[in-house]
Design a protein around this ligand. Structure first.
Ligand code: SF4
Length: 468
Protein backbone atom coordinates (compact mmCIF):
# COMPACT_ATOMS: atom_id res chain seq x y z
CA UNK A 1 0.00 0.00 0.00
CA UNK A 2 1.43 3.42 -0.84
CA UNK A 3 1.95 6.05 1.76
CA UNK A 4 -1.52 7.53 2.07
CA UNK A 5 -0.29 11.10 1.80
CA UNK A 6 1.79 10.38 -1.27
CA UNK A 7 5.09 11.30 0.35
CA UNK A 8 8.04 10.99 -1.99
CA UNK A 9 10.73 8.39 -1.74
CA UNK A 10 13.43 10.76 -0.72
CA UNK A 11 15.33 11.62 2.38
CA UNK A 12 14.02 14.66 4.17
CA UNK A 13 15.67 15.51 7.45
CA UNK A 14 13.07 15.97 10.14
CA UNK A 15 12.96 19.36 11.79
CA UNK A 16 15.92 19.47 14.09
CA UNK A 17 14.33 21.22 17.01
CA UNK A 18 11.00 21.60 18.68
CA UNK A 19 9.32 24.86 19.64
CA UNK A 20 11.44 25.33 22.77
CA UNK A 21 14.56 24.75 20.66
CA UNK A 22 15.70 21.71 22.63
CA UNK A 23 17.01 18.79 20.54
CA UNK A 24 14.40 16.11 20.00
CA UNK A 25 14.98 12.62 21.32
CA UNK A 26 14.25 9.27 19.69
CA UNK A 27 13.73 5.99 21.51
CA UNK A 28 14.14 2.89 19.32
CA UNK A 29 12.96 -0.53 20.54
CA UNK A 30 14.29 -3.39 18.43
CA UNK A 31 13.03 -6.95 18.41
CA UNK A 32 14.46 -9.90 16.53
CA UNK A 33 17.51 -10.65 14.49
CA UNK A 34 20.71 -8.87 13.51
CA UNK A 35 18.99 -7.67 10.34
CA UNK A 36 16.56 -5.72 12.53
CA UNK A 37 19.41 -4.35 14.64
CA UNK A 38 21.07 -3.21 11.44
CA UNK A 39 17.83 -1.55 10.29
CA UNK A 40 17.53 0.24 13.64
CA UNK A 41 21.05 1.58 13.23
CA UNK A 42 20.06 2.82 9.78
CA UNK A 43 17.07 4.60 11.33
CA UNK A 44 19.29 6.20 13.95
CA UNK A 45 21.58 7.41 11.18
CA UNK A 46 18.71 8.71 9.07
CA UNK A 47 17.50 10.78 11.99
CA UNK A 48 20.86 11.91 13.30
CA UNK A 49 20.52 15.49 12.08
CA UNK A 50 17.29 15.99 13.96
CA UNK A 51 17.33 13.63 16.91
CA UNK A 52 19.55 12.30 19.63
CA UNK A 53 18.99 8.80 20.91
CA UNK A 54 17.55 8.14 24.36
CA UNK A 55 17.14 4.93 26.31
CA UNK A 56 14.18 6.34 28.24
CA UNK A 57 10.89 6.24 26.30
CA UNK A 58 9.29 8.63 28.80
CA UNK A 59 11.71 11.35 27.62
CA UNK A 60 11.28 10.64 23.91
CA UNK A 61 9.70 12.89 21.31
CA UNK A 62 9.70 9.99 18.88
CA UNK A 63 9.29 6.27 19.61
CA UNK A 64 10.17 3.77 16.88
CA UNK A 65 9.30 0.12 17.36
CA UNK A 66 11.14 -2.23 15.02
CA UNK A 67 9.13 -5.45 15.17
CA UNK A 68 9.97 -9.07 14.43
CA UNK A 69 7.45 -11.72 13.42
CA UNK A 70 9.70 -14.75 13.73
CA UNK A 71 9.30 -15.49 17.42
CA UNK A 72 6.32 -16.25 19.58
CA UNK A 73 3.29 -13.96 19.76
CA UNK A 74 4.74 -10.93 17.95
CA UNK A 75 1.44 -9.07 17.59
CA UNK A 76 0.58 -9.46 21.26
CA UNK A 77 4.02 -8.13 22.18
CA UNK A 78 3.56 -5.14 19.89
CA UNK A 79 0.10 -4.23 21.18
CA UNK A 80 1.11 -4.63 24.77
CA UNK A 81 4.09 -2.30 24.18
CA UNK A 82 1.81 0.12 22.33
CA UNK A 83 -0.46 0.10 25.40
CA UNK A 84 2.48 1.28 27.53
CA UNK A 85 3.51 3.88 24.96
CA UNK A 86 -0.05 5.18 24.73
CA UNK A 87 0.06 6.09 28.43
CA UNK A 88 3.30 8.02 27.87
CA UNK A 89 1.78 9.74 24.88
CA UNK A 90 -1.22 10.81 26.91
CA UNK A 91 1.20 12.64 29.19
CA UNK A 92 3.22 14.05 26.25
CA UNK A 93 0.81 14.48 23.30
CA UNK A 94 3.58 15.79 21.05
CA UNK A 95 5.26 12.36 21.12
CA UNK A 96 5.09 10.46 17.80
CA UNK A 97 5.01 6.68 17.57
CA UNK A 98 6.13 4.77 14.47
CA UNK A 99 5.96 1.01 13.96
CA UNK A 100 8.28 -0.74 11.48
CA UNK A 101 9.76 -4.17 10.76
CA UNK A 102 8.17 -7.46 9.78
CA UNK A 103 4.92 -7.14 11.77
CA UNK A 104 4.41 -3.68 10.26
CA UNK A 105 5.04 -5.07 6.78
CA UNK A 106 2.45 -7.79 7.33
CA UNK A 107 -0.20 -5.83 9.19
CA UNK A 108 0.14 -2.38 7.54
CA UNK A 109 -2.92 -0.24 8.07
CA UNK A 110 -4.46 -2.70 10.55
CA UNK A 111 -1.99 -1.41 13.15
CA UNK A 112 -3.27 2.13 12.82
CA UNK A 113 -6.86 0.93 12.97
CA UNK A 114 -6.19 -1.06 16.11
CA UNK A 115 -4.04 1.43 17.99
CA UNK A 116 -4.86 5.11 17.85
CA UNK A 117 -1.52 5.86 19.50
CA UNK A 118 0.35 4.99 16.28
CA UNK A 119 1.28 7.90 14.00
CA UNK A 120 2.88 5.96 11.19
CA UNK A 121 3.69 2.46 9.99
CA UNK A 122 6.67 1.69 7.76
CA UNK A 123 7.60 -1.57 6.06
CA UNK A 124 10.89 -3.40 5.79
CA UNK A 125 11.67 -1.63 2.48
CA UNK A 126 10.62 1.83 3.61
CA UNK A 127 13.19 3.03 6.12
CA UNK A 128 14.27 5.96 3.99
CA UNK A 129 10.80 7.53 4.02
CA UNK A 130 10.60 7.62 7.83
CA UNK A 131 11.82 11.25 8.04
CA UNK A 132 9.10 12.23 5.53
CA UNK A 133 6.44 10.37 7.52
CA UNK A 134 7.53 12.22 10.66
CA UNK A 135 7.34 15.58 8.93
CA UNK A 136 3.94 14.85 7.44
CA UNK A 137 2.57 13.82 10.79
CA UNK A 138 4.08 16.81 12.58
CA UNK A 139 2.51 19.10 10.03
CA UNK A 140 -0.94 17.72 10.81
CA UNK A 141 -1.44 14.98 8.18
CA UNK A 142 -3.44 11.84 9.00
CA UNK A 143 -1.62 8.74 10.32
CA UNK A 144 0.69 7.39 7.61
CA UNK A 145 1.26 3.94 6.16
CA UNK A 146 4.24 3.14 3.88
CA UNK A 147 4.73 -0.55 3.16
CA UNK A 148 5.44 -0.62 -0.60
CA UNK A 149 7.63 -3.44 -1.82
CA UNK A 150 10.66 -2.22 -3.77
CA UNK A 151 13.12 -4.21 -5.79
CA UNK A 152 15.94 -1.75 -5.56
CA UNK A 153 18.01 -1.02 -2.48
CA UNK A 154 16.98 2.10 -0.68
CA UNK A 155 18.90 5.31 -0.98
CA UNK A 156 20.51 6.04 2.34
CA UNK A 157 22.47 9.09 3.41
CA UNK A 158 25.92 9.22 1.87
CA UNK A 159 28.38 7.66 4.27
CA UNK A 160 25.78 5.61 6.11
CA UNK A 161 27.61 3.18 8.32
CA UNK A 162 27.73 2.25 11.95
CA UNK A 163 30.31 4.51 13.44
CA UNK A 164 33.14 3.98 15.85
CA UNK A 165 32.70 0.30 16.39
CA UNK A 166 35.36 -2.34 16.04
CA UNK A 167 32.90 -4.77 14.46
CA UNK A 168 30.17 -3.56 12.10
CA UNK A 169 27.22 -5.24 10.39
CA UNK A 170 26.89 -4.82 6.65
CA UNK A 171 23.83 -6.11 4.86
CA UNK A 172 24.63 -7.86 1.57
CA UNK A 173 21.21 -9.14 0.59
CA UNK A 174 17.66 -8.97 1.78
CA UNK A 175 14.64 -11.23 1.42
CA UNK A 176 14.72 -14.95 0.76
CA UNK A 177 13.73 -17.37 -2.01
CA UNK A 178 13.71 -20.51 0.14
CA UNK A 179 10.17 -20.75 1.51
CA UNK A 180 10.78 -22.86 4.60
CA UNK A 181 7.28 -23.80 5.71
CA UNK A 182 7.58 -22.28 9.21
CA UNK A 183 9.08 -18.95 8.14
CA UNK A 184 7.40 -15.64 7.39
CA UNK A 185 10.52 -13.86 6.10
CA UNK A 186 9.83 -14.45 2.36
CA UNK A 187 6.46 -12.71 2.92
CA UNK A 188 7.68 -9.85 5.08
CA UNK A 189 11.01 -9.17 3.37
CA UNK A 190 10.17 -10.33 -0.16
CA UNK A 191 12.28 -12.32 -2.62
CA UNK A 192 16.04 -12.31 -2.34
CA UNK A 193 17.73 -9.19 -3.70
CA UNK A 194 21.52 -8.87 -3.62
CA UNK A 195 23.05 -5.53 -2.91
CA UNK A 196 25.51 -4.33 -5.55
CA UNK A 197 29.04 -5.29 -4.64
CA UNK A 198 30.36 -1.74 -5.10
CA UNK A 199 27.87 -0.50 -2.49
CA UNK A 200 28.95 -3.14 0.00
CA UNK A 201 32.57 -2.37 -0.62
CA UNK A 202 31.95 1.34 -0.18
CA UNK A 203 30.21 0.80 3.13
CA UNK A 204 33.04 -1.44 4.28
CA UNK A 205 35.68 1.14 3.29
CA UNK A 206 33.91 3.88 5.25
CA UNK A 207 33.59 1.61 8.29
CA UNK A 208 37.29 0.75 8.14
CA UNK A 209 38.20 4.40 7.73
CA UNK A 210 36.24 5.10 10.94
CA UNK A 211 38.12 2.48 12.90
CA UNK A 212 36.30 -0.81 12.28
CA UNK A 213 38.49 -3.91 12.14
CA UNK A 214 35.86 -6.56 11.53
CA UNK A 215 32.83 -6.69 9.24
CA UNK A 216 29.90 -9.04 9.71
CA UNK A 217 28.01 -9.66 6.48
CA UNK A 218 24.28 -10.16 6.92
CA UNK A 219 21.75 -11.91 4.73
CA UNK A 220 19.02 -14.54 5.15
CA UNK A 221 21.08 -16.95 3.04
CA UNK A 222 24.38 -15.14 2.56
CA UNK A 223 25.88 -17.83 0.37
CA UNK A 224 23.33 -17.40 -2.40
CA UNK A 225 24.52 -13.80 -2.75
CA UNK A 226 25.00 -12.41 -6.24
CA UNK A 227 23.00 -14.78 -8.43
CA UNK A 228 20.52 -12.04 -9.28
CA UNK A 229 23.23 -9.50 -10.14
CA UNK A 230 24.41 -8.82 -13.62
CA UNK A 231 27.13 -9.87 -14.14
CA UNK A 232 26.65 -12.64 -11.58
CA UNK A 233 29.07 -12.85 -8.68
CA UNK A 234 29.43 -15.50 -6.01
CA UNK A 235 29.49 -15.09 -2.25
CA UNK A 236 33.04 -16.43 -2.22
CA UNK A 237 34.13 -13.83 -4.78
CA UNK A 238 32.57 -11.11 -2.64
CA UNK A 239 34.46 -12.32 0.42
CA UNK A 240 37.74 -12.53 -1.49
CA UNK A 241 37.31 -8.98 -2.70
CA UNK A 242 36.36 -7.58 0.70
CA UNK A 243 39.19 -9.40 2.41
CA UNK A 244 41.66 -7.34 0.34
CA UNK A 245 40.45 -4.06 1.87
CA UNK A 246 43.18 -2.25 3.73
CA UNK A 247 42.78 -2.23 7.49
CA UNK A 248 40.36 -5.16 7.60
CA UNK A 249 41.35 -7.82 10.13
CA UNK A 250 38.37 -10.13 10.12
CA UNK A 251 35.22 -11.07 8.20
CA UNK A 252 32.24 -12.92 9.61
CA UNK A 253 28.92 -13.70 8.00
CA UNK A 254 25.53 -15.03 8.95
CA UNK A 255 23.88 -17.24 7.86
CA UNK A 256 24.96 -19.63 5.12
CA UNK A 257 22.38 -22.19 3.98
CA UNK A 258 23.49 -25.85 3.78
CA UNK A 259 21.87 -26.26 0.38
CA UNK A 260 24.06 -23.50 -1.08
CA UNK A 261 27.44 -24.76 0.14
CA UNK A 262 29.84 -25.49 -2.73
CA UNK A 263 33.48 -26.60 -2.92
CA UNK A 264 34.74 -23.01 -3.23
CA UNK A 265 33.23 -22.28 0.21
CA UNK A 266 35.47 -24.89 1.87
CA UNK A 267 38.46 -23.55 -0.05
CA UNK A 268 37.79 -20.03 1.13
CA UNK A 269 37.22 -20.86 4.80
CA UNK A 270 40.38 -22.94 4.94
CA UNK A 271 42.66 -20.62 2.99
CA UNK A 272 41.65 -17.03 3.70
CA UNK A 273 43.13 -15.97 7.07
CA UNK A 274 40.71 -13.06 7.42
CA UNK A 275 37.64 -15.29 7.32
CA UNK A 276 36.82 -16.19 10.93
CA UNK A 277 36.98 -19.77 12.14
CA UNK A 278 33.31 -19.73 12.98
CA UNK A 279 30.40 -20.87 10.84
CA UNK A 280 26.79 -20.51 11.92
CA UNK A 281 25.02 -23.19 9.88
CA UNK A 282 21.29 -23.58 10.68
CA UNK A 283 20.30 -27.24 11.09
CA UNK A 284 16.68 -26.87 12.36
CA UNK A 285 16.11 -30.63 12.74
CA UNK A 286 18.08 -33.88 12.68
CA UNK A 287 15.17 -35.81 11.16
CA UNK A 288 14.89 -36.18 7.39
CA UNK A 289 11.12 -36.40 7.57
CA UNK A 290 10.88 -33.16 9.56
CA UNK A 291 13.41 -31.43 7.29
CA UNK A 292 11.19 -32.36 4.36
CA UNK A 293 8.09 -31.03 6.12
CA UNK A 294 10.02 -27.84 6.82
CA UNK A 295 10.94 -27.62 3.12
CA UNK A 296 14.60 -27.48 4.08
CA UNK A 297 16.15 -28.81 0.90
CA UNK A 298 18.95 -30.85 2.46
CA UNK A 299 18.99 -33.96 4.59
CA UNK A 300 20.97 -34.94 7.68
CA UNK A 301 23.63 -36.79 5.66
CA UNK A 302 24.31 -33.70 3.55
CA UNK A 303 24.46 -31.49 6.64
CA UNK A 304 26.86 -33.84 8.37
CA UNK A 305 29.06 -34.08 5.30
CA UNK A 306 29.39 -30.28 5.23
CA UNK A 307 30.40 -30.18 8.89
CA UNK A 308 32.84 -33.02 8.41
CA UNK A 309 34.49 -31.25 5.47
CA UNK A 310 34.74 -28.00 7.43
CA UNK A 311 36.29 -29.71 10.44
CA UNK A 312 38.67 -31.69 8.31
CA UNK A 313 40.02 -28.58 6.60
CA UNK A 314 39.85 -26.23 9.58
CA UNK A 315 40.29 -28.34 12.72
CA UNK A 316 39.82 -25.41 15.13
CA UNK A 317 36.61 -24.18 13.49
CA UNK A 318 33.60 -23.43 15.72
CA UNK A 319 30.18 -24.49 14.47
CA UNK A 320 26.97 -23.00 15.81
CA UNK A 321 23.41 -23.63 14.70
CA UNK A 322 19.66 -22.99 14.99
CA UNK A 323 17.23 -25.71 16.03
CA UNK A 324 13.44 -25.84 16.15
CA UNK A 325 11.97 -28.32 18.64
CA UNK A 326 8.43 -29.69 18.45
CA UNK A 327 7.69 -29.03 14.78
CA UNK A 328 4.17 -30.32 13.95
CA UNK A 329 4.16 -34.11 14.09
CA UNK A 330 7.71 -34.44 15.51
CA UNK A 331 7.90 -37.84 17.22
CA UNK A 332 10.09 -38.74 20.17
CA UNK A 333 12.34 -40.71 17.82
CA UNK A 334 12.70 -37.73 15.47
CA UNK A 335 13.60 -35.49 18.39
CA UNK A 336 16.24 -38.07 19.36
CA UNK A 337 17.66 -37.75 15.85
CA UNK A 338 18.23 -34.05 16.51
CA UNK A 339 19.94 -34.87 19.80
CA UNK A 340 22.09 -37.44 17.95
CA UNK A 341 23.32 -34.78 15.54
CA UNK A 342 24.14 -32.49 18.46
CA UNK A 343 26.17 -35.27 19.97
CA UNK A 344 27.89 -36.00 16.68
CA UNK A 345 28.69 -32.42 15.66
CA UNK A 346 29.38 -31.07 19.17
CA UNK A 347 28.07 -27.62 18.32
CA UNK A 348 29.92 -24.79 20.02
CA UNK A 349 26.57 -23.13 20.59
CA UNK A 350 23.00 -23.32 19.36
CA UNK A 351 19.92 -21.12 19.33
CA UNK A 352 16.94 -23.34 19.97
CA UNK A 353 13.24 -22.59 20.16
CA UNK A 354 9.94 -24.40 20.46
CA UNK A 355 8.03 -24.32 17.17
CA UNK A 356 5.62 -21.42 17.15
CA UNK A 357 3.12 -21.14 14.26
CA UNK A 358 3.28 -17.95 12.21
CA UNK A 359 -0.04 -17.06 10.61
CA UNK A 360 0.31 -17.11 6.83
CA UNK A 361 2.88 -19.94 6.75
CA UNK A 362 2.26 -23.52 5.59
CA UNK A 363 3.44 -24.98 8.91
CA UNK A 364 0.76 -23.01 10.78
CA UNK A 365 -1.84 -25.13 8.95
CA UNK A 366 -0.20 -28.47 9.80
CA UNK A 367 -1.78 -30.80 12.32
CA UNK A 368 0.04 -30.37 15.60
CA UNK A 369 -1.17 -32.49 18.49
CA UNK A 370 1.98 -32.61 20.59
CA UNK A 371 1.26 -30.88 23.92
CA UNK A 372 3.18 -27.67 24.52
CA UNK A 373 4.44 -29.11 27.82
CA UNK A 374 6.09 -31.97 25.91
CA UNK A 375 7.70 -29.53 23.48
CA UNK A 376 9.07 -27.51 26.38
CA UNK A 377 10.45 -30.67 27.94
CA UNK A 378 12.25 -31.51 24.70
CA UNK A 379 13.65 -27.99 24.51
CA UNK A 380 14.99 -28.24 28.05
CA UNK A 381 16.66 -31.58 27.27
CA UNK A 382 18.24 -30.13 24.15
CA UNK A 383 19.44 -26.99 25.88
CA UNK A 384 20.87 -28.96 28.79
CA UNK A 385 22.82 -31.06 26.28
CA UNK A 386 24.07 -27.89 24.58
CA UNK A 387 25.17 -26.40 27.92
CA UNK A 388 27.13 -29.57 28.66
CA UNK A 389 28.87 -29.42 25.27
CA UNK A 390 29.58 -25.71 25.64
CA UNK A 391 31.23 -26.26 29.03
CA UNK A 392 33.54 -28.89 27.50
CA UNK A 393 34.32 -26.58 24.58
CA UNK A 394 35.15 -23.64 26.86
CA UNK A 395 37.28 -25.76 29.14
CA UNK A 396 39.23 -27.12 26.18
CA UNK A 397 40.49 -23.58 25.44
CA UNK A 398 42.12 -23.21 28.87
CA UNK A 399 45.91 -23.04 28.51
CA UNK A 400 45.76 -22.28 24.78
CA UNK A 401 47.05 -19.17 23.09
CA UNK A 402 44.43 -17.39 20.99
CA UNK A 403 44.13 -14.26 18.91
CA UNK A 404 41.58 -11.79 20.30
CA UNK A 405 40.17 -8.70 18.63
CA UNK A 406 39.50 -6.24 21.44
CA UNK A 407 36.09 -4.63 21.16
CA UNK A 408 35.56 -2.52 24.27
CA UNK A 409 35.12 -2.54 28.05
CA UNK A 410 34.36 -5.86 29.65
CA UNK A 411 30.75 -6.35 30.74
CA UNK A 412 32.05 -7.87 33.99
CA UNK A 413 34.56 -5.11 34.80
CA UNK A 414 34.49 -1.96 32.64
CA UNK A 415 38.04 -1.07 33.71
CA UNK A 416 39.27 -4.04 31.67
CA UNK A 417 38.78 -4.89 28.02
CA UNK A 418 37.01 -7.73 26.30
CA UNK A 419 37.13 -9.08 22.80
CA UNK A 420 36.39 -12.17 20.73
CA UNK A 421 38.37 -15.03 19.33
CA UNK A 422 38.10 -15.97 15.69
CA UNK A 423 35.75 -18.74 16.89
CA UNK A 424 33.47 -16.06 18.36
CA UNK A 425 34.10 -16.80 22.03
CA UNK A 426 34.17 -13.77 24.29
CA UNK A 427 37.45 -13.32 26.18
CA UNK A 428 37.64 -11.00 29.18
CA UNK A 429 41.14 -9.76 29.92
CA UNK A 430 42.10 -10.52 33.50
CA UNK A 431 44.02 -7.28 33.95
CA UNK A 432 44.47 -3.78 32.59
CA UNK A 433 47.10 -3.79 29.82
CA UNK A 434 48.54 -1.08 27.56
CA UNK A 435 46.18 -2.08 24.74
CA UNK A 436 42.98 -0.59 23.33
CA UNK A 437 39.82 -1.45 21.42
CA UNK A 438 40.62 -2.39 17.87
CA UNK A 439 43.92 -4.08 18.77
CA UNK A 440 44.44 -7.67 17.76
CA UNK A 441 46.19 -9.33 20.69
CA UNK A 442 47.54 -12.73 21.64
CA UNK A 443 46.04 -14.10 24.85
CA UNK A 444 46.68 -17.13 26.95
CA UNK A 445 43.37 -18.50 28.25
CA UNK A 446 43.56 -18.81 32.02
CA UNK A 447 40.09 -20.07 32.85
CA UNK A 448 36.61 -20.55 31.53
CA UNK A 449 33.37 -19.14 32.92
CA UNK A 450 29.80 -20.19 32.14
CA UNK A 451 29.68 -18.62 28.67
CA UNK A 452 33.00 -16.82 28.33
CA UNK A 453 36.75 -17.16 28.72
CA UNK A 454 39.30 -15.22 30.74
CA UNK A 455 42.72 -14.53 29.33
CA UNK A 456 46.01 -12.77 29.98
CA UNK A 457 47.96 -10.91 27.38
CA UNK A 458 51.00 -12.56 25.84
CA UNK A 459 53.09 -11.21 22.97
CA UNK A 460 52.93 -7.81 21.36
CA UNK A 461 49.55 -6.42 20.24
CA UNK A 462 48.94 -5.74 16.58
CA UNK A 463 47.71 -2.17 16.70
CA UNK A 464 46.46 0.09 13.95
CA UNK A 465 43.99 2.81 14.71
CA UNK A 466 41.85 2.36 17.75
CA UNK A 467 38.13 2.64 17.43
CA UNK A 468 37.74 4.30 20.76
S1 SF4 B 1 16.12 -19.84 4.55
FE1 SF4 B 1 14.13 -20.48 5.35
S2 SF4 B 1 14.25 -19.89 7.52
FE2 SF4 B 1 15.84 -18.73 6.47
S3 SF4 B 1 14.85 -16.80 5.92
FE3 SF4 B 1 14.66 -18.15 4.16
S4 SF4 B 1 12.66 -19.08 4.41
FE4 SF4 B 1 13.21 -18.22 6.39
Amino acid sequence: MPCNQGCKDQIIHPQAHNASDKPRRVYIRTYGCQMNEYDSLKLERLLQNGYERTDAPENADLVLINTCSVRDKPEQKLYSLLGEMKELKERRPEMLIGVGGCVAQQEGEKIIKRSRAVDFVFGTHNLSVVPSLINLRRSGAAPQVAVDYRDEWEELPAGFVESERVSVFISISRGCNKNCTYCIVPTTRGPEVSRPMEEIEREARIALHRGAKEIVLLGQTVNSYGRDLSPKITFVELLERLSRLEGLKRIRFTSPHPQEVREDFFELVSSNPKVCRHIHMPLQSGSDRILKLMNRNYRRAKYLSIIEALKERVPDIAITTDIIVGFPGETEREFQETLDIMEQVQFDNSYSFVFSPRPGTAAAEMKDDLPHSEKLKRLQILQAKQDEILQCKLTSWVGQEVEVLLEGPSAADPAKLQGRTSQNFTVNLVDQYPVKSGDLVQCRIRESARYTLKGELCGEPETGGAAQ
